[in-house]
Design a protein around this ligand. Structure first.
Ligand code: PLP
Length: 390
């Protein structure tokens, strides 16, 4: 049996949290408890901190040798094969500064204004922002909440593709933010089938792939078949699973050959370049970080159930279904009949949640809560939202 809390995830000093300079704990002032943006409250893995210290100890923050590979595409390929059985050629990847940048670059090379893109809602807000700035029509496929959880409707995608000749792309965020859905292989096979029938490019955001709870299994959509891979751009990063968003690094596997050649032919400065600290941190994460990651996933698994128990006890009117993946809880406040949106009510009660409407109109009456924190903090958050404690 593994030790229950080897990295002391429950020992979070709230004064330390309130002093953190990042957006999550800084933006809304010292009185608030913060469960909004998707950063974990924990320090990065000790192996990552050690590696970063080592970079500083060497005393060289000059140019890395850009004629050499960062080594990260090779580590990414090895990791995808080892964890998910997906074999990819590292030379088919491009490194970016973040996932949304990669998405935007791909949109700019694959669409013209007025083309359409389909994606599931509720959804991570920067997707909509990216589509809007690329002047794309959005086909929002609404997720349905059933007795068995959130359902993804491939038929709606098929109908949309059949009736809209300008539909060029389907974006698949899996695992999904904010519902925490981890799509099954058969659901992914269906999406690939529609993409093949209607010649759609698939853009897969798989940044939450490491954060799937048993019995769920992450299946990279590009691993479904060589044909699927050849029409898929898969974007990933170490930033969610290892809590490194501030280091700005992501990677994309560009399956379609022509697109890959086009992107690789762009001037290198267009995408920026990986920074030395990010290279060190991601290398440590992907070579030595798995013990920490496994412990984090165990802790998050326990937290997602704890959140359910606390809501049942203190605020049973809130609808909650434990996510299959991610550390994000998608909470349904609609039965309360509040005039204000739940994040506004929560804010007045001293908790910052992410507004449901940011995830699309379908999110009205909902809010997203981040439970990557200590058990004690989750309890304080729930009690505050429920007004069980001043
Ligand atoms: C689904 C999804 N994609 C992308 C990101 C952000 O990635 P990046 O900071 O690399 O743009 C997040 C952050 O929470 C996310 O949840």
């Amino acid at each position: 049996m593994p030790e229950p809390d080897p990295f002391h995830f429950d020992d979070l000093d709230s004064q330390w949290l309130h002093r953190k300079p990042g957006a999550k704990w800084h933006r809304y002032g010292p009185e608030q408890l913060n469960a909004w943006v998707a950063d974990m409250d924990w320090r990065p893995a000790p192996v990552i901190v050690d590696r970063l210290r080592h970079v500083l100890d060497r005393g060289d923050l000059g140019y890395p040798d850009w004629e050499e590979s960062t080594g990260l595409p090779e580590l990414f390929a090895a990791r995808m094969e080892q964890r998910f059985g997906w074999r990819l050629d590292p030379s088919e990847t491009i490194e970016f500064n973040d996932v949304v940048q990669a998405l935007q670059v791909v949109l700019r090379h694959t669409t013209t204004p007025g083309d359409a893109i389909a994606y599931h809602v509720p959804s991570y807000p920067p997707f909509h922002d990216s589509f809007e700035t690329a002047h794309l029509d959005e086909i929002r496929l609404e997720a349905r909440l059933t007795e068995d959880g959130w359902r993804w409707d491939a038929d709606a995608l098929r109908v949309a593709a059949g009736s809209n000749p300008r539909l060029k792309i389907v974006l698949v965020c899996n695992p999904q933010n904010p519902t925490g859905r981890c799509l099954t292989r058969s659901e992914l096979v269906e999406i690939v089938a529609v993409a093949e029938e209607h010649d759609l490019l698939i853009i897969a955001d798989e940044i939450h792939a490491d954060l799937v709870y048993e019995p769920g299994v992450h299946v990279p959509i590009a691993s479904i078949s060589p044909a699927a891979a050849s029409r898929t751009v898969t974007i990933n990063a170490a930033s969610k699973s290892f809590n490194l968003a501030g280091l700005r690094w992501a990677i994309a596997h560009i399956g379609p050959q022509t697109l890959r050649e086009t992107l690789k032919a762009q001037p290198v400065h267009l995408y920026g370049a990986a920074n030395m600290m990010a290279i060190a941190a991601v290398t440590a994460a992907w070579t030595e970080g798995d013990e920490w990651l496994a412990a984090v996933v165990r802790k998050l698994d326990s937290n997602r159930h704890l959140l359910g128990e606390l809501l049942t006890k203190h605020f049973p009117e809130v609808g909650y279904r434990a996510p299959e993946a991610t550390y994000l809880a998608w909470l349904d406040f609609r039965s309360l009949g509040w005039e204000d949106e739940p994040d506004e009510v929560a804010r007045r009660r001293g908790v910052e949640l992410f507004a449901g409407t940011k995830f699309g109109e379908i999110g009205r009456g909902w809010a997203r809560l981040n439970f990557a924190t200590s058990a004690e903090m989750i309890e304080r958050i729930v009690k505050r939202i429920a007004r069980r404690m001043p």
